[in-house]
Design a binder for this molecule. Structure first.
Ligand code: IPE
Ligand code: IPE
Ligand code: MG
Length: 248
């Protein structure tokens, strides 16, 4: 008997891209410098995982708590967000990527909201990897939204309370029909979820690394994949149950 490891690459990877500020501080540079370098790392990462055959890549770009940062940093991040979308939408479109955004858009400036809509619209029919950008996203916000949607459907008589189950609940979440992440990566050394995909991470494999986001290169990404391949996913079963006989 051999232990079943993950033979194929993860279908869905989600990443908390953390460590831009510390990366800049180590170089005696302003945090904004780290965020700009972070965009280059993001581009590299999208290319690498698309090349690895990943179907969905969900990146945490701005959390619902990040508004608490100094005003200057927030406006800097919003500006960088718009500029990056303007700069890279065509390139990603030509590569066949579909780009989607999750999170509450209400607080964004019109200009950013319009850019987000344009990017989504332009790439909606693409059939390559789906890149999902979580912006002003929070796991609590997501779950509360789903609860609200279900309550409305019950109120409208569309479903009964007894019909509410995991599947019905999940259909109201921002990722909706997207399969749950197989692999969660967080760079920057912190070992916490920071209100990312709370519901969806129930059976995701976690991988934390100390590497700061601007330094997250192909080698680091391969290390994360290698580690994933060593994991045994049991979903509540015993190890023996998920072991496969040799040759299978
Ligand atoms: C992640 O890097 C980027 C965003 C949250 C937008 P940080 O800015 O959190 O970097 P550190 O954690 O302070 O180093
Ligand atoms: C999480 O990073 C959010 C993003 C990477 C967008 P933070 O740096 O904001 O998380 P905490 O505050 O250390 O938990
Ligand atoms: Mg951080």
């Amino acid at each position: 008997m051999t232990v079943q490891s993950q033979a194929s690459n993860p279908g869905h990877i989600c990443i908390i891209m953390d460590g831009n500020g510390r990366w800049a501080r180590q170089r005696l540079m302003p945090r904004s410098f780290g965020h700009r370098q972070g965009v280059d790392a993001t581009r590299r990462c999208v290319e690498f995982f698309a090349g690895a055959g990943v179907d969905y890549l969900t990146l945490f770009a701005f959390s619902s708590e990040n508004w608490k940062r100094p005003e200057e940093e927030v406006s800097n991040l919003m500006e960088l967000f718009i500029r990056s979308l303007q700069r890279y939408t065509d390139e990603l479109h030509e590569k066949g990527l579909r780009i989607r955004f999750i999170g509450n858009r209400d607080r964004f400036a019109d200009k950013l909201r319009q850019q987000i809509e344009q990017t989504e619209l332009k790439t909606v029919d693409n059939r390559g990897m789906t890149l999902i950008i979580a912006a002003n996203y929070g796991g609590h916000w997501d779950i509360v939204n789903a609860a609200r949607e279900l309550a409305t459907r019950v109120q409208d008589g569309e479903i009964s309370i007894a019909q509410i189950d995991d599947r019905q609940f999940a259909s109201g979440l921002a990722l909706g029909e997207v399969p749950s992440p197989d692999l969660f990566i967080r760079t920057g050394g912190e070992q916490r979820i920071s209100n990312f995909l709370l519901w969806q991470l129930a059976y995701t494999e976690f991988y934390f690394c100390d590497c700061l986001w601007p330094d997250f290169d192909d080698r680091e990404m391969q290390l994360a994949l290698d580690e994933y391949h060593r994991r045994q996913r049991r979903y509540g079963k015993t190890g023996d149950q998920v072991e496969v006989p040799p040759g299978c």
